[in-house]
Design a protein around this ligand. Sequence first.
Ligand code: PAF
Length: 281
Amino acid sequence: MLEKTGKISEVREKVREWKKQGLTVGLVPTMGYLHEGHASLVDKAVSMCDRVVVSDFVNPTQFGPNEDLESYPRDFAHDCELLEAHGASLVFHPEVEEMYEEDAATFVEIQNDMPRQLCGQTRPIHFRGVCTVVSKLFNIVTPDYAFFGQKDAQQLAIIRKMVRDMSYGIEIVGCPIVREEDGLAKSSRNTYLSPEERQAALCLWRAVRLGEKLVAEGVTSAKEVLAQMTAEIEKEPLAKIDYVSAVSNHDMMPVDEIKEDTLVAMAVYIGKTRLIDNFII
Ligand code: PAF
């Protein structure tokens, strides 16, 4: 039976009870509008932990001034149905005021180039907001394990670094990208796409497959792989590339040679909607 609360104190009380009973706790942080990608994180958490807390909070500090904070899709009733069906124990759905007091002035930020690469080039405050809210969620829930999707590969690498740097005793579990039948990576933002844009968005998946094929054939030059992927995306008139890059999956710094642990990642606007996808060697 799924329990629901918007109060930090109630989450703390619940987790304290569970820990007293010797139960392990998993956390799946989300911004709601849940789909099968989130469900796969919950399934993994349920398979590894005795109790699973899912946070459902559209975090304002990770959105830039001209981004989609207001229009970000929300459907808490549907989220609860999905979480109940997948065996989550508790959903934490706070108001903004519960998470950020009016005079909140503390941020958690990685002070090297990692958050400035890839998505950080056009979303300069994004990862500061992500690290701050995830850090708060870790302090509130005190989980043994936390689960993040590989689709947000830079976010996952940054969270792993934050956990190491800040000595959080939490194991971070990365979970594979979940795709629609035709290959488009699942995302809450896919709902912004018109039918024509939805078709156009498949250029990301075509680029991923092309990149994977070239690497499997033995091409190791990042320049060559990225050029061919870029050309593939540019065939689509509705697509506008933000970036297509090859970086080390460890620190997000660009690489010339594609080899083990290289992340090949892209962000592409389809109309006004910015979509991301990637693959890792
Ligand atoms: O990946 C997301 O949905 C968000 O960035 C996260 C991790 C829930 C933080 O708000």
